[in-house]
Write a protein that binds this ligand. Structure first.
Ligand code: AQP
Length: 331
């Protein structure tokens, strides 16, 4: 029996944070036995905010290495770079002709990003969710593991699949999200009301997967909490709630038992222990990453084979789409 398909991607728009890891990357490896997984480095998405070309190239390879370092096996899953598979841009154009402006106007991520960079109001930021829908629909993905912040974009992908199917007959699989209820949205360490983001201007707001141990300790020490002085898991203490989520993910302990452990002890010890848990959790990923980035040939081989496989599957879908909308078949 054919395995169900999974698609997900990460932007090489900055060094990856533990938010990317907890919300997405950590789950990717665990899906690869049960599903046929396509994991993409979405560089076309990354240029919706200005990038320094040589940094973008380096970060794209970094994301590939981090995919593998976090347990994804390129023999089992397809790892590839989005710009190597032109079908993503091609389908995006077709889907843009059936997307309503009103739908894009409502996208929270667009609104947040435009607030952050008013001088960079490019059309790509606005149409970003259409490209993301294309990424997913090209592979006829059954499931899309993403963080909670991507729910709205995924809803658009489902909507566009339905609309296209209704207008032109059954073509796309309507994908489902795979969103971890717990830890689905890791918040900024400096402002627990906003999500932890790799493009945050304040480097104390996030922990990078490649931060060294002392940097991790320093950032956790500086993380914003509150003046209650009681380790508790509640909405009124958002900073602490976020730290408890992080603790739980890295230690595999449930939140209740962590809260019990620090009953009456206060934040100092809690933060120190949390730092050690995160340091230990990231160590193997970091070590594997450095090993992988010292062998560029291997990484090149992985993304080359990945692009071949991704082109095969996406090409099949794109040909179907072109035929249904009435384009003459390429001779
Ligand atoms: N804070 C977060 N908590 C949980 N999940 C998160 N993700 C991102 N931040 C968090 C998940 O990581 C995956 C890859 O995200 P992306 O790189 O495609 O873009 P993003 O969601 O816009 O992530 P960033 O870090 O905020 O990037 P920038 O700053 O470049 O916009 C997604 O599955 C996302 O849900």
């Amino acid at each position: 029996m054919e395995k169900k398909k999974v698609f997900s991607g990460i932007q090489p728009s900055g060094a990856l944070t533990i938010g990317n890891y907890i919300g997405a990357l950590k789950n990717f490896a665990s899906l690869q036995d049960e599903y046929d997984c396509f994991y993409c480095i979405v560089d076309l998405h990354a240029i919706t905010v200005p990038q320094i070309p040589k940094d973008l190239r380096k970060r794209s390879l970094d994301v590939l290495a981090l995919y593998i370092a976090s347990g994804i096996n390129p023999e089992k899953s397809t790892l590839f770079i989005q710009s190597h598979v032109p079908a993503h841009s091609e389908l995006s154009w077709v889907l843009s002709t059936i997307t309503y402006m009103g739908q894009l106007n409502r996208m929270t991520q667009y609104k947040e990003k435009t607030k952050k960079s008013e001088e960079n109001l490019n059309a790509g930021l606005f149409t970003y969710p259409i490209l993301m829908a294309s990424d997913i629909l090209l592979y006829q993905a059954d499931f899309v593991p993403v963080g909670d912040d991507q729910k709205q974009h995924l809803e658009l992908a489902r909507d566009l699949a339905d609309r296209f199917n209704n207008r032109y007959s059954e073509t796309f699989k309507v994908p489902e999200g795979l969103i971890n209820k717990f830890g689905a949205r890791i918040m900024s360490l400096q402002n627990p009301e906003t999500k932890m983001s790799k493009s945050d201007d304040d480097e104390n707001a996030y922990i990078l997967l490649l931060d060294d141990s002392d940097t991790i300790r320093r950032k956790i020490k500086r993380a914003v909490t509150d003046s209650e002085g009681v380790v508790a898991y509640r909405d009124e203490q958002p900073g602490l709630k976020n730290l408890l989520n992080i603790y739980s993910v890295f230690s595999n302990e449930d939140v209740e038992s962590i809260v019990r452990k620090y009953d009456g002890i206060g934040y100092g010890m809690f933060k120190e222990d949390l730092a050690e848990v995160v340091v230990e959790g990231l160590k193997p990923i970091r070590e594997k990453y450095y090993q992988l980035t010292s062998s560029k040939d291997y990484l090149e081989d992985v993304y080359k084979k990945g692009a071949e496989k991704a082109s095969y599957f996406s090409g099949k879908t794109l040909r179907k789409v072109y035929k249904k909308v009435g384009f003459i078949q390429r001779a």
